[in-house]
Design a protein around this ligand. Structure first.
Ligand code: SAM
Length: 246
């Protein structure tokens, strides 16, 4: 079937690809990808051979229009180097133009580092906000954190090894009470999800510099579960309100 197929690929462990993804990659007419070498390796691993077209959202308007136009007669798969396309990866403009052009689009969900990190962290996940990469510059990073300060949600960021300790120091300075998790090398041999305060994690990763790929998570401002003391107070108030002398 012609159209656009948004295909998630593994974030480390090559086994994390769906049967449907392999089927589409095998049967489509070509694959739009960030890096033809990276995607070429993945396809080769599965014995698939396809034309590969380099695409990112900075590709020119004309290239994108041509690619969208080809979707009227061809099945085009969109992949990124790893994980779910569009999530801190190219594809947003392509999908938005394809929708506008009335091209059929479907999505093949799969691995996504933000979700993998969230599920492994043990932090509250009933409400979360994914906010991409924290800015590299100190002032912009602080502004980004301040903007999210009031949210009653776990905050999820992508992070790099060289920047991790700077971000942890900034978080310690911003709100030292919060629970933080560094989820590293997810689905790979040295997978790790380390919890602590930003200060504790800062010390740990200063002594043991973090290698590989990282998701950084910050728990909500305060634990939402009421403590026993809170419940005792509440009961006392209720009893007082019910007492006949009132
Ligand atoms: N689209 C991808 C996804 O769905 O996860 C994310 C692409 S983004 C350009 C790359 C960032 O994702 C890395 O810098 C890292 O923060 C995070 N990441 C990707 N793979 C990871 C892994 N295996 N473990 C931890 N973080 C990972």
């Amino acid at each position: 079937q012609p159209g656009l197929y948004i295909v998630a690929t593994p974030i480390g462990n090559l086994g994390d690809i769906t049967l449907r993804a392999l089927d589409v990659l095998r049967r489509c007419d070509g694959v739009a990808c960030e890096d033809t070498r990276v995607t070429g390796k993945l396809l080769k691993h599965h014995g698939i051979s396809q034309p590969l077209w380099r695409y990112d959202d900075h590709s020119g308007e004309k290239d994108r229009a041509r690619l969208v136009d080809s979707m009227r007669s061809k099945a085009v798969a969109l992949v990124s180097d790893a994980g779910t396309p569009l999530v801190s990866d190219p594809g947003y403009r392509l999908v938005s133009d394809a929708r506008e052009a009335g091209v059929p689009i479907t999505t093949l969900p799969g691995a996504c580092a933000a979700i993998a990190g969230l599920t492994l962290s043990g932090l509250p996940n009933d409400r979360f906000l994914f906010a991409g990469f924290l800015p590299a510059k100190e002032k912009a990073r602080r502004e980004a954190l301040d903007e999210l300060a009031g949210l009653d949600a776990t905050l999820v960021f992508y992070e790099t090894g060289p920047r991790l300790t700077k971000s942890l120091a900034a978080i310690a300075d911003w709100d030292p009470q919060r629970s933080v998790c560094v989820a590293r090398e997810l689905t790979k041999l040295y997978e790790e999800a380390r919890r602590g305060s930003a200060d504790e994690l800062f010390e740990h990763y200063t002594d043991h510099p973090a290698k590989g790929e990282i998701v950084l998570l910050i728990g909500p401002p305060e634990e939402r579960t009421a403590s026993e003391a809170d419940i005792d107070d509440l009961l006392r108030e209720l009893l007082a309100a019910m007492s006949p002398s009132k």
